[in-house]
Design a protein around this ligand. Sequence first.
Ligand code: ZN
Length: 276
Amino acid sequence: MKITDALLTPNKFSRPQIHLKSVKKIAVHYIGSAGSTAKNNRDYFEGLKDQIPDKTGKYCLNKDGTYMLYKGQRIDLRWVSSHFIIGLSGEVVQCLPLDEWSYCTNQANGYSISIECCHPDANGKFTAATEQSLAELCAYLCKKYSLDPIKDIIRHYDVTGKQCPLWYVPTKYQTEAVANARWLALKQRVAYIMGCGEVDKPTDSTVSYVPFKVRIIDEALNIRCAAGVANKAVGVIRGGGVYTIVEVAQVGSAVWGKLKSGIGWINIGDKYVKKI
Ligand SMILES: [Zn+2]
């Protein structure tokens, strides 16, 4: 994992230079703007320095002193930043020194390092590359500050209840159990990277670290063009063998895995494969 330095210009809206006395938590976020890059978001934080506050300190003014408007409404001033942004290809950009506050995690700003993650889609799912860098960065920070990856890596959701990072919190698309299992799996991956030895497997079997290998135990297992039994079969695996799964999806009660070759998806339920 390579960290690119892109420190923000000191300014009261995104780099207030408040001394961060101690680091007790690592706070993980999702950017919210699907498809935006690490650089886009770093530039957005940087651009906040140009905000011109009105007398109340609540709204943005134009250079001529008139109120900046959006759809007829005054635009609020924003105080936003994060220590790190992880991009869609797993690139890590550092926006703030580690001994300064970010404006990212509300009441936790005074004791946390914040990490924003980019995501390609509105569902907030991180790419495999982003997730890998996130796990490595968290491992690095947990070691640096002697933190416990299971207890001390937190979601924005844990602080304020905000649905952030979206893929890892309960929403109308995912139950609390699924969200928590995803979150736990990520933290366990950090623990694994830190070399904490064996860690408990996630309790939700629909959540797995990818890639992983499976041994086919079904005699003739259909490969389908997409996850789900309703999709067209594009091949059959006969006679077992070991395959690498690079992505996992749940369809109804069945769990599907995408084959590394890219040819399609197989059901990776216990009846068909054995994880190895
Ligand atoms: Zn957040």
